[in-house]
Design a protein around this ligand. Structure first.
Ligand code: SAM
Length: 282
């Protein structure tokens, strides 16, 4: 997006203001939604379970010289875990609102923060030992992104992708997912439950076969946590104000009426964290 967008323009379910649009190469729902709700995102989204850093550190023991690019770093949830593990970290994030929150969160933590997209990484060839992608690969144009990730990795470098995926085997969570998708006008990206990441990575021909680990984790809080979680969903955040409020009200109604959540002052959001990794095959 960018040139040619004036005042307000409709793109699917997302009402775009030119001032919200950041740059080419980022889905409008991500640019607008994440840009508007970065504070909510930082407050409500859970960190990744210990198994994520255990997986990475077993593949790539950390030292201050081992350089990791945390791609699509957002507000820095995974970036912080990489820094705490002892890596040198460069965070790449294209959306200004998310980058500002990242700077607020991690300004003093010694991380380099760069503006850039997965498809055009602002890094030199063969300059990093690993690329990590938290909760974001589904937003990328996968083959151009994999090609550019391969370009910046050193020989044998690691690609690790992770999602804190909501566990929709839990009935109220499934209903939340359906409700949010319906009221948001459908998910703006290809739903990653329909994609096999093993196939996407294999298609590139650039990496070893993708390995996978699933780890359950729960995030417990008041019903307001679930409302905030809804607010931090990019394509809900990107809705015009009255549809945005309608979606939040509908979620409050679900929590007030579903047998597993009504009357509860503590609710656990169930996640199954999906960890995928591979190495550059050169
Ligand atoms: C759900 S957030 C994840 C943020 C963070 N990695 C985390 O684990 O919380 C998705 C991020 O992907 C970024 N993003 C979307 N499209 C992108 C692209 N083409 N290249 C790089 N980042 C992108 C968004 O700006 C947003 O910050």
């Amino acid at each position: 997006m960018g040139t040619g967008v004036t005042d307000t323009e409709k793109n699917g379910n997302v009402e775009l203001d030119a001032a919200d649009l950041h740059r080419d190469g980022v889905e409008p729902a991500a640019a607008v939604g994440f840009g508007r709700q970065a504070g909510s995102y930082a407050k409500v989204r859970p960190a990744y379970p210990a198994a994520v850093m255990e997986t990475l550190t077993s593949l790539l023991p950390p030292t201050p010289d081992v350089h990791v690019c945390d791609l699509a770093a957002g507000t820095g949830i995974l970036t912080r875990q990489l820094l705490d593990s002892g890596y040198r970290v460069t965070a790449v994030e294209p959306v200004g609102g998310m980058r500002e929150e990242l700077e607020r969160q991690l300004a003093k933590a010694g991380v380099d923060i760069l503006d850039g997209t997965a498809e055009h990484l602002p890094l030199d060839d063969r300059s990093v030992d690993a690329v990590t992608v938290g909760q974001a690969f589904h937003w990328f144009d996968p083959q151009p992104a994999l090609t550019d990730i391969a370009r910046v990795l050193k020989p044998g470098g690691v690609l690790l992708m992770v999602w804190n995926a909501r566990d929709e085997n839990v009935d109220w969570m499934r209903q939340w997912g359906d409700l949010v998708a319906d009221l948001g006008g459908g998910r703006p990206y290809q739903d990653h439950r329909e994609l096999l990441w093993e196939d996407v990575v294999a298609e590139s021909g650039l990496f070893t076969p993708l390995e996978h680990l699933e780890v359950p984790q729960g995030q417990t809080g008041t019903p307001e946590l679930v409302i905030e979680r809804t607010r931090s969903t990019s394509f809900i955040a990107a809705l015009p104000p009255e549809r945005h409020q309608h979606a939040l009200d509908a979620v409050a109604q679900l929590l007030a009426t579903h047998p597993d959540t009504r009357g509860r002052d503590q609710i656990t959001i169930p996640y199954n964290t999906q960890i995928y990794w591979c190495r550059l095959n050169r």
